[in-house]
Design a protein around this ligand. Structure first.
Ligand code: ADP
Length: 224
């Protein structure tokens, strides 16, 4: 890496496609990918102290308290490599407190862009009802787009299952929490001139092309 990789945040409702698009973009631009949801799910699965702390929030679709999230993100930034090498954040920030904290952490290497994946709520409900994810690497599938062999991940061979928080009640709560706590940060980034809206409906490839077009149109590789 040359110390000038793109620095991105992906925003969008639960099920908007952040978890599908972020790994593709991270491979395309050669930058680290941090999904706070994946980090928390792994911590719960491994029964770590953080996992025990956050499990009840994940199960009900509530947000994990900001202080825990910020601690976990700091730990990941510390081991993920220099921030100026670039990154894609997915699922963070999710509250104004987290967004303001991120601006401080990134004072010397600010965000290039915040991409908001736009998808209507009815589409989200259909996607999440059929969604299945790999418990190992987080790759996403759907009952209509299954892995090649049974429910074994095409990418890593892990088990592909329904997420515990993809139940109707938890999804309804996650959408409500998103409106109340995450929508305000769209305005925050709009005022900073960093927000770009991207249509998140369509095949994964199409959405990825739209995202890359927006990023390449606005980001100059080689900026410090
Ligand atoms: P989705 O966007 O589909 O709801 P994620 O995988 O991003 O799913 O997050 C799953 C859960 O992890 C959230 O419902 C919340 O409990 C917790 N979580 C993830 N990121 C954050 C964050 N930045 N702040 C607070 N809670 C978070």
């Amino acid at each position: 890496m040359n110390g000038s990789g793109v620095r991105l945040v992906l925003l969008g409702k639960p099920g908007a496609g952040k978890g599908t698009q972020a790994p593709l973009l991270s491979a395309h631009y050669g930058v680290q990918h941090l999904s706070t949801g994946d980090v928390f799910r792994a911590a719960v699965a491994q029964g770590t102290p953080t996992g025990l702390e956050v499990k009840r929030f994940l199960d009900t679709g509530e947000l994990v308290p900001d202080d825990i999230v910020i601690r976990v993100v700091d730990e990941h930034f510390a081991v993920g490599g220099p921030l100026e090498d670039g990154f894609i954040l997915d699922g963070f920030p999710r509250t104004l407190v987290q967004a303001e904290e991120l601006e401080q952490v990134l004072a010397d290497h600010p965000l290039d862009l915040v991409l908001n994946l736009e998808v209507a709520t009815e589409t989200i409900l259909h996607r999440i009802a059929g969604r299945r994810v790999c418990i190992n690497c987080g790759a996403s599938y759907h009952v209509t787009a299954r892995p090649k062999v049974n429910w074994t991940c095409d990418v890593c061979g892990g088990d592909v299952v329904q997420r515990d928080d993809d139940t109707e009640a938890a999804v309804a709560n996650r959408l409500e929490v998103y409106q109340r706590q995450t929508v305000p940060i769209i305005d925050f980034y709009c005022k900073l001139g960093k927000l770009v809206e991207v249509d998140g409906v369509g095949e994964g490839d199409e959405v990825q092309e739209r995202l890359i077009k927006e990023i390449d149109g606005r980001y100059q590789p080689g900026r410090s």
